[in-house]
Design a protein around this ligand. Structure first.
Ligand SMILES: [Fe+2]
Length: 408
């Protein structure tokens, strides 16, 4: 981690470089002016930063890191669009430097649990009727055997924006021209609904979600602001730039039925796993012990851009920057662990299975306060420091029997 004093010195060098270098190299005004403005901006927010913790005037380090990451991302994007080699190299290099500075200054983030090599599943399929499809930084799942007929398979979540053709091609390879019976949503965050509107329209398919998720899917409410202060890396730092919705698919949206069943999907139940979002759900196949967890549990350190991009295995709680109720999030992890899943597809990271995965999940559930919580989040302030939460879903027979549906 870069100490604050060094960070301040790097900011001063950055500001001077942005203002002076383009002029010295006689770059055209379309480049030198915005870069000089960016340099003055860096100087202004650096001078206004409180480099020590605590209350006071100016902006805190959390906000400072966010501004570093935002201007780094903007420079990188501008560099990738630039045709002249010199400015292109400078913009991409400076953008990368700013992003790295933000990442290296980021606090530690939730601890999580390392996974043994044997806990990850290399195959795309887990059993004959469940397939994980990786879609950039996120996973989605097909439920249905290959060649299942028209309206006889289900899609769980719809990936990032721009992924419709990729998802459609994967669906075609598995199911031919057959359309899904429905698209099931674990929740409505942007990386789970990116291709939703297009695919639902093309397949003329209903979309099923928990009623508490409806406001984010019918155009009436955005998700609350993210919490970049959770730390853990660049994804957390950049989270204020991520879309918060809402999308509007009201004409196709239906509530998951309160009995925990999914119409037409034998053997599977949905389970309310709030915390990451109010209406988050997971999908559970009790007979085979397979879990589609969504973002209730992560199989990689999603706060880090490197981990998210490479899907480096690690068992974590929900992606911390977008989690708004940590008490409920801990309860949801405990509820899922109590089911004793044998295999899991999470929203992020590789598929996991076997005793190493089960042992890690038990440890995460039992020690969630130490292993799952971020050191800081605006949404965790109500929690007693260092204490575990009282489990609302204890490991009792009721939780073990795999009942889905609303909270017991
Ligand atoms: Fe999410």
């Amino acid at each position: 981690m870069i100490p604050p004093r060094l960070h301040a010195a790097l900011d001063a060098v950055s500001a001077a470089t942005l203002v002076l270098l383009p002029r010295a190299l006689r770059w055209p005004a379309r480049l030198s002016r915005p870069l000089a403005l960016a340099g003055l901006g860096v100087a202004a927010y650096s001078l206004a930063t409180r480099y020590s913790r605590g209350q006071g005037r100016g902006i805190d380090l959390d906000r400072h890191r966010m501004l570093d990451a935002a201007q780094g991302a903007a420079c990188l994007a501008a560099g990738l669009r630039e045709e002249r080699p010199g400015p292109r190299a400078f913009l991409t290099g400076y953008g990368g430097f700013s992003l790295a500075a933000a990442a290296l200054t980021s606090p530690e983030g939730p601890q999580g649990i390392p996974l043994p090599p044997g806990a990850t599943v290399a195959a795309a399929t887990i059993g004959p009727d469940l397939m994980r499809l990786r879609c950039g930084i996120v996973n989605l799942a097909f439920i249905g055997a290959p060649g299942a007929g028209d309206r006889a398979w289900f899609l769980v979540d719809a990936g990032i924006a721009g992924a419709a053709s990729f998802i459609r091609a994967a669906a075609r390879a598995r199911f031919g021209s057959a359309r899904p019976a429905a698209i099931l949503l674990t929740h409505g965050h942007f990386d789970h609904v990116g291709a939703l509107e297009q695919l639902a329209r093309e397949w003329d398919a209903p979309v099923l979600a928990h009623p508490a998720e409806r406001p984010f899917l019918d155009g009436s409410r955005s998700y609350p602001p993210p919490a970049p202060e959770v730390g853990g890396g660049l994804m957390a730092e950049l989270s204020p730039l991520f879309p918060r919705g809402p999308i509007d698919i009201a004409d196709r949206l239906a509530d998951l039925p309160p009995d925990g069943l999914v119409p037409g999907l034998d053997g599977w139940r949905w389970i309310h796993t709030p915390g990451h979002t109010p209406g988050h759900v997971s999908f559970w196949h009790e007979a085979t012990g397979r879990l589609v967890a969504g973002d209730a549990i992560s199989a990689t350190r999603q706060e880090s851009a490197a981990s998210a991009a490479l899907q480096i295995p690690r068992l974590q709680g929900p992606p911390a920057y977008f989690t708004t109720d940590w008490q409920a999030a801990g309860n949801s992890v405990r509820r899922l662990a109590a089911l004793r899943p044998r295999a899991m597809i999470a929203g992020h990271g590789p598929a996991l299975a076997g005793p190493g995965f089960q042992a890690a999940l038990d440890r995460l559930a039992d020690g969630f306060a130490a292993l799952g919580l971020p050191p800081d989040s605006r949404y965790a302030s109500a929690l007693p420091p260092g204490s575990d939460h009282a489990p609302r879903f204890p490991r009792d027979p009721g939780a073990r029997d795999g009942r889905g549906g609303a909270d017991p």
